[in-house]
Design a protein around this ligand. Structure first.
Ligand code: ADP
Ligand code: ADP
Ligand code: ZN
Ligand code: ZN
Length: 742
């Protein structure tokens, strides 16, 4: 059979410089190159977008009305394109009913198993589901937890109403809500709550249904708990993150007293297989569950068991062996989410699809990358074309074909620098070729600690009564295989003791769809002032949400279509053509540029443009962290996790904190950028800060002053500090799995 190619001719999306490519079909191709060079512009914005668009064209006009509208990518032609499946790092999220077991459909099989061989039989598979009326625990509706208001946090019993006894913010500052209480006539407003009679106390908390007269209005009096319940806990629909945080401050979650967190009905819990009920199965770590399943010997369920075993084995092979099926998907990290999505496709029998991955090695220890590679290979061997964006040499190594985009980022990139095999790449003089051959050395003179920051013994998640001690004034790396307990130790234990630390992680940065680098860095306010001053008009005209904004798109520059089960799609606003402002606003200039021109500038261009102004320092900070190629007005929700993290780093650099915690800062960075990010981190340490990074990247580990390895393995087989010392010492420590890869 002759080799078939996916052929791109004249691609110009984003920064691409009219490039043409022939990508071998049914092979594994890795795209590499510095961040911002144009990898995603090729793979996502051109190939995946065009594939989706053509898919949609095959539907009738009626159906198409309900589908996202994809803009045609800027390219002359694409030939031999297949249906694409994008497997990215967007977190799966989901509500508390979504678990690893539900999202992989494994729960369905286990429920079927219980309905067939569980003793006693209680009914069909639906009777074992915590998401269906027949099976859910009636007390908690299948959630397993109940939210209880913490009254001691809601009120201060040492104070009277007039002294501000009610601590919940909506009652602050003589608000209307407080007036209702003060004028209700139920309370002596100067009596301390601790002196209330039982009746007064009940009225304050649970009173309901009595009309009271407040400022001549008839108002229904609601006690604190009644009001909180109605306004927050029983509220339908989405609750904003901010409100969620507020709610969390005044409540705590307790385990459901009836099902003890097992989610299903008592009848379902009574049905057992070899002594275990369904909740026991769902909470076992996957390898243990697999062992239990193998022991079931009824011949009639053999096909079912076989199917279960295959699915569990795939999850184990991809390095998720430390999870259990009950794990809520909203608690999975970006890397874990991507691996779960990947497994969902391994069972598919469709072939000749085009699979697209975005840095699948994220969050994986060097030990586990090899296992993940096997899955990429398996997908290819089923007859699919696999495209992977990746920086990790261990993944690039398995590619049938490597494409390097470069030479640099943004306008300095967008060209194809190399095409060929990994062996050829090693001898090439491109950036990747050169960096593949060098490894950063161990630090010769690690910094000495100026003291120790400690946290008491912790046992959260898998931690085995671990106390940690972090040396002050140095760079510490925390290492260990995925699931070993790094995040649990650093975020859930250490951070609780040192709450003033600045955390620079990959969680999304945007608070609204109008967030951009300029709003995030606080540059926009200054920019508006300068525009106002220069033109003698109100600065507010230059804000995306003012009367100066385009009326059609409300200053967003695009219109988005939200679709159930799919990511929302954005189309450029037809009125302002993405410029966000009204024509009248675009008449005003600052040094010859309109506000919209400035928002379209890259950070790099802005550094030149804003010389010697307040803005200069802030755009410099963005350039320093390697974001020179993003534009000032790029919506934050188009940034990758790694880019979002670097944006946070830029905004924190000038704030000077004594303690920084970073989560895999190497994410999204090319080998050649690693030295640069290390430089920034080292500057922080040299200025006196203590920096703790959770990392898998060998070069960063080698360059640290101190290393703490958590393990030895993931899940219940981890949760201990197996090594603490210099990275060089770790490389010689037989007890550390990480040490072997240094
Ligand atoms: P990579 O995937 O190699 O990191 P990208 O393809 O994401 O690089 O980016 C290449 C260039 O295109 C960068 O200058 C980036 O800022 C720009 N770019 C990417 N996405 C968009 C977008 N949606 N709008 C405008 N510019 C973009
Ligand atoms: P790492 O950061 O080293 O990958 P984690 O601290 O995230 O490891 O996980 C350690 C263990 O704790 C794993 O078994 C993981 O499944 C479990 N775990 C982590 N977060 C949660 C959570 N939110 N709920 C339940 N278990 C969790
Ligand atoms: Zn319950
Ligand atoms: Zn518009």
């Amino acid at each position: 059979m002759t080799q078939e190619y996916l052929i791109l001719k004249g691609a110009r999306e984003n920064n691409l410089k009219n490039i043409s490519l022939a990508i071998p079909k049914r092979q594994l191709t890795v795209f590499t190159g510095v961040s911002g060079s144009g990898k995603s512009s090729i793979v996502f914005d051109t190939i995946a977008t065009e594939s989706q668009r053509q898919m949609n064209e095959t539907h009738s006009t009626f159906v198409r009305n309900f589908l996202p509208k994809y803009q045609e990518p800027d390219i002359d032609s694409i030939e031999h394109l297949s249906t694409s499946v994008v497997i990215d790092q967007k977190r799966i999220g989901g509500n508390s009913r979504s678990t690893l077991g539900t999202i992989t459909d494994i729960n369905g099989l286990i429920r079927l198993l219980f309905s067939r061989v569980g003793q006693p039989h209680i009914g069909n598979a639906n009777y074992f589901s915590f998401n269906q009326q027949l099976g859910m625990c009636p007390e908690c509706d299948g959630i397993g937890r109940k939210i209880t208001v913490d009254i001691s946090k809601m009120v201060d019993r040492e104070r009277s109403l007039n002294e501000g006894a009610i601590l919940f913010p909506i009652f602050a500052n003589n608000s209307w809500y407080l007036q209702v209480y003060l004028q209700s006539g139920f309370f002596d407003n100067d009596k301390k709550l601790k002196d209330y009679s039982e009746a007064e106390w009940q009225q304050l908390l649970n009173g309901n249904g009595v009309k009271v007269k407040v400022d001549n209005h008839n108002i229904n009096f609601e006690g604190l708990l009644v009001k909180f319940d109605r306004m927050y806990l029983k509220k339908e629909g989405e609750v904003s993150e901010r409100t969620q945080k507020q709610i969390a401050q005044f409540t705590h979650e307790t385990c459901c007293e009836l099902c003890l967190g097992q989610r299903v009905s008592q009848a379902a819990l009574s049905s057992k297989i070899k002594g275990y009920n369904i909740a026991d199965f769902l909470s076992m770590e996957l390898p243990i569950l697999l062992e239990r399943l193998v022991e079931i010997d009824q011949p009639d369920v053999h096909p079912l068991i076989k199917s279960l075993r295959e699915r569990l084995q795939n999850l184990i092979d991809i390095g998720l062996d430390y999870l259990n099926l009950a794990r809520e998907t909203s608690t999975l990290s970006g890397g874990e989410s991507q691996r779960v999505k990947m497994v969902r496709h391994l069972n598919s029998s469709l072939t000749d699809l085009l699979y697209i991955f975005d840095e699948p090695s994220i969050g994986l220890h060097p030990r586990d990358v090899a296992r993940m590679n096997q899955l990429l290979i398996k997908l290819r061997d089923k007859g699919n074309t696999v495209l992977v964006i990746e920086h990790d040499p261990d993944v690039i190594k398995i590619a049938d074909h490597v494409i390097e985009v470069g030479p640099h980022a943004g306008v300095h990139g967008g060209e194809i620098m190399f095409e060929g095999s990994f062996a050829e790449l090693l001898t090439s003089t491109t950036l990747t070729g050169r960096f593949l051959q060098q490894k950063l050395p161990f630090k010769t003179a690690p910094r000495q600690a100026k003291g120790q920051l400690t946290a008491p013994p912790a046992s959260i998640h898998n931690l085995k009564n671990v106390s940690v001690s972090i040396p002050e004034g140095v760079l510490t790396v925390v290492t260990g295989v995925a699931g070993s307990g790094k995040s649990s130790l650093i975020y859930h234990s250490f951070l609780k003791e040192h709450p003033a630390a600045v955390v620079i992680d990959q969680a999304a940065t945007h608070t609204s769809s109008r967030s951009t680098p300029v709003t995030y860095m606080g540059i926009l306010d200054e920019l508006r002032k300068q525009f106002g001053k220069e033109n003698g008009v109100s600065p507010s005209l230059f804000s995306f949400n003012s009367k100066g904004a385009c009326e059609e798109c409300k200053g967003l520059g695009y219109q988005s279509q939200d679709l159930a089960f799919m990511d929302s799609i954005r189309i450029k606003c037809a009125t302002c053509h993405g410029k966000r402002f009204k024509e009248s606003v675009l008449r005003y200039h600052l040094n010859g540029q309109t506000i919209s021109d400035i928002l379209e500038m890259t950070v790099e261009q802005a550094v030149d443009f804003f010389q010697a102004t307040k803005i200069h320092k802030k755009v410099r900070a963005l350039q320093e962290v390697g974001l020179g190629y993003i534009t000032l007005g790029q919506p934050l929700n188009t940034l990758s996790g790694g880019e979002a993290q670097r944006l946070k780093l830029a905004s924190e650099l000038h704030k000077k904190s004594s303690l920084y915690i970073m989560d895999e800062p190497s994410t999204g960075l090319h080998l050649s950028d690693i030295a640069h990010i290390l430089e920034i981190i080292n500057k922080l340490v040299d200025k006196g800060s203590t920096v703790v990074v959770i990392e898998h990247h060998v070069d960063i580990i080698r360059q640290a002053d101190w290393a703490i390895d958590i393990g030895p393995d993931g899940g219940s087989r981890g949760g201990q500090i197996v090594f603490a010392g210099t990275p060089k010492e770790m490389s010689q420590a037989p007890e550390s799995i990480t040490g072997r890869y240094l």
